[in-house]
Design a protein around this ligand. Structure first.
Ligand code: NAI
Length: 269
């Protein structure tokens, strides 16, 4: 997969905004796209062109305001990578509400871009046990209720469900939203990817212990090539946000060494 980065009919490089750009998949994707000649504006809590905490309303507003200032109101691609994997309500704030605010807030800038595209990161964890209270509240756009349900999950010892629920909610939001007049109707493909185990700082502590590795590999079996590096995810994100992607929208693309096929078999049809 090779990304054609010259804007159609012109010789301008494409302009992307990538959240979570300071580490892992976001950093690798920023480097990949810059290497292809794109202009990338990175956003993160630290070490980024735009410093913003996407767990907060103020940070989400700052992201959109700064992006507007830096681009003159035009973006060609948005890649929402920022995320956390804590047994804490913070995880639903960042992974779902922060991602939705990023995509909805930057959509008007995409509408002024050329061949605009957007992608968000879900996870194979979206297939793990979820908490309907968290997911339903997230899909209803009720952050207070989602946070309360997440807190209850943590208190009853189901902290892992907060992450799984955040990734299921963003996947379902993507499928619902991608086909609306504001996205498909405006010519903007919107997709999610669902990675398996990617070796980044997010999960390095778990990978460093035998018990942690066993837990991860038990829940995310990857028969093809095992764990991936973030550099192996970047080309997929680049392609999904390239002009070459004319007709893929509303999809959750599993990039997981076969984990989805192992876990769900052929039962999705
Ligand atoms: P990472 O920890 O290396 O990078 C995540 C980045 O998001 C960090 O730079 C962090 O500062 C930023 N971030 C976190 N909270 C933020 C906030 N409130 N505001 C702004 N930025 C914030 O992790 P990685 O692995 O690169 O994760 C990227 C995405 O991929 C996440 O959404 C994660 O859930 C998802 N993912 C990761 C997998 C893995 O195995 N590493 C598997 C499946 C999905």
């Amino acid at each position: 997969m090779r990304t054609r980065l010259a804007t159609k009919g012109r010789n301008m490089p494409r302009t992307f905004l990538i959240t979570g750009s300071a580490s892992g998949i976001g950093a690798a994707t920023s480097a990949y796209l810059r290497g292809q000649g794109a202009r990338v504006i990175g956003a993160d809590r630290r070490d980024a062109d735009i410093t913003a905490d996407l767990a907060t309303e103020a940070g989400r507003t700052a992201l959109v305001d700064r992006a507007h200032d830096m681009t003159g109101g035009r973006l060609d691609g948005v890649i929402a990578c920022a995320g956390v994997a804590q047994f804490d309500p913070l995880t639903i704030r960042v992974n779902h509400f922060g991602a939705v605010a990023t995509l909805e807030g930057l959509r008007p800038l995409l509408a002024h871009g050329t061949d605009p595209r957007a992608v968000v990161i879900s996870s194979v964890a979206s297939l793990h046990p979820t908490d309907p209270g968290i997911v339903d509240a997230a899909l209803a756009g009720d952050e207070d209720a989602a946070v309360a349900a997440a807190r209850a999950a943590v208190e009853r010892g189901d902290g892992a469900q907060v992450y799984a629920s955040s990734k299921a909610a963003i996947a379902r939001w993507t499928r619902r939203t991608a086909i609306t007049p504001e996205w498909a109707g405006a010519g903007i493909p919107l997709n999610a990817i669902a990675p398996g185990t990617i070796v980044t700082p997010m999960i390095q502590d778990m990978l460093d212990t035998e018990a942690g590795r066993r837990a991860i590999d038990g829940s995310v079996p990857m028969p093809l090539h095992g764990h991936a590096r973030p550099e192996q995810i970047a080309p997929l994100l680049a392609w999904l946000t390239s002009p070459e992607n004319s007709h893929i929208t509303g999809q959750v693309v599993f990039v997981d060494g076969g984990a989805d096929a192992v876990l769900r078999g052929d039962g999705t049809w």
